[in-house]
Ligand binder design. Structure first.
Ligand code: DAH
Length: 330
């Protein structure tokens, strides 16, 4: 008996254990032989004998079962260790990802305006003529539509050429005051050093009761924003034209490469154009049914900001997924 108990305890595999089980409980095993002995016993003896044997049988079953569970757990642990991956191990060759410079720049822009209490609005990428052009004071056949090389669908819908339609959508949905930005992708038929068919813009719109917002507010916020993005730069407002603003202005910063002295990047002007903005044209308010309000709007290209911030010479490289470029942003 003791020998068997010892052999169960020292048993190292399920196979070994099964052999012991057969030697005990098999047809030709220990218990079968013992029970056979009962035939030759008197009634009196038989009772005691059977009781003892049954108790032994019970004990062995428990012993075998416990050992079986133990060996099974060991086997599972072994398999897991053999095939498993230790995710906590440091791998010096790991290819950890990084935030794409365009999204990183976008986040920084959003961060500024959220801190300035602007809400974030969104709109569809597939737009209709009304929101993308008409309501923004760009009537059909208006020459200003030439500024936008548009991807049209056969049914007259189009891929939005700017984030400005979200101004319209927000004004139609909400009552003034409005203080919003819209970050998002836009599309134009363009492809060269500084243009890709898809790029990102951030649009801004502030609308208040008439007289409560002035050009000074616009100047302050954009100047403050550009200093937040580019550090200690000079900011200048230059008269320009956009159909949806009147007056309109383009905003330049002093060249961050030559500090305004003139270089190739700034075409030797000392200035870099970074934003379009202006006072919202009354026709835009008319299109959304707003009365007695005034406001300002602005729009910028996120890739342009990313290129300037990271000194990236070719815009197209931002969309090629070349690891040699992307790995520099880890
Ligand atoms: N939508 C213009 C563009 O795509 C950018 C722009 C300019 C937006 C002036 C504005 C604005 O809101 O006031 O080129």
């Amino acid at each position: 008996m003791k020998k068997i108990i010892k052999s169960v305890n020292s048993c190292e595999s399920l196979k070994e254990l099964e052999a012991i089980r057969v030697s005990l409980f098999g047809k030709k095993g220990y218990f079968a032989a013992e029970f056979a002995k009962m035939k030759s016993l008197s009634d009196e003896e038989r009772k005691d004998f059977a009781q003892n044997l049954n108790r032994d049988k019970e004990d062995f079953l428990t012993l075998l079962n416990n050992k079986k569970l133990e060996l099974e757990a060991e086997a599972i642990a072994y398999e897991m260790k053999k095939d498993g991956v230790d995710v906590t191990l440091f791998n010096k060759d790991s290819n950890a990802g990084a935030i794409h410079p365009v999204m990183d720049t976008m986040d920084k822009i959003i961060e500024y305006f959220v801190a300035m209490n602007f809400s974030i609005e969104e709109g569809p990428l597939v737009e209709d003529d009304f929101h993308n052009f008409e309501a923004l004071n760009l009537p059909k056949y208006h020459p200003a539509r030439d500024m936008q090389d548009t991807f049209y669908f056969e049914d007259g819908m189009l891929l939005r050429t700017h984030t400005s339609p979200v101004q319209i959508r927000t004004m139609l949905k909400q009552k003034p005051p409005i203080r919003m930005i819209c970050p998002g992708a836009v599309f134009r038929r363009d492809y060269d050093l500084t243009h890709t068919p898809m790029f990102h813009q951030v649009e801004g719109l502030v609308v208040e009761e008439a007289g409560k917002v002035s050009f000074a507010n616009l100047k302050f916020i954009l100047e403050d924003f550009l200093k937040y993005m580019f550090g200690d730069v000079q900011v200048r407002f230059r008269p320009s034209f956009f159909p949806f603003t009147e007056p309109s202005t383009e905003v330049d910063i002093s060249c961050i490469f030559c500090k305004g002295e003139g270089c190739r990047v700034c075409s030797h002007t000392g200035w870099l154009e970074v934003l379009g903005s202006g006072y919202v044209d009354p026709n835009v308010f008319k299109a959304v049914g707003y009365e007695n309000v005034s406001g300002y709007a602005f729009g910028l290209g996120v890739e342009r900001f990313a290129m300037l911030l990271h000194k990236i010479p070719d815009l197209r490289s931002l969309f090629e997924g070349d690891l040699r470029l992307l790995e520099q942003f880890r």
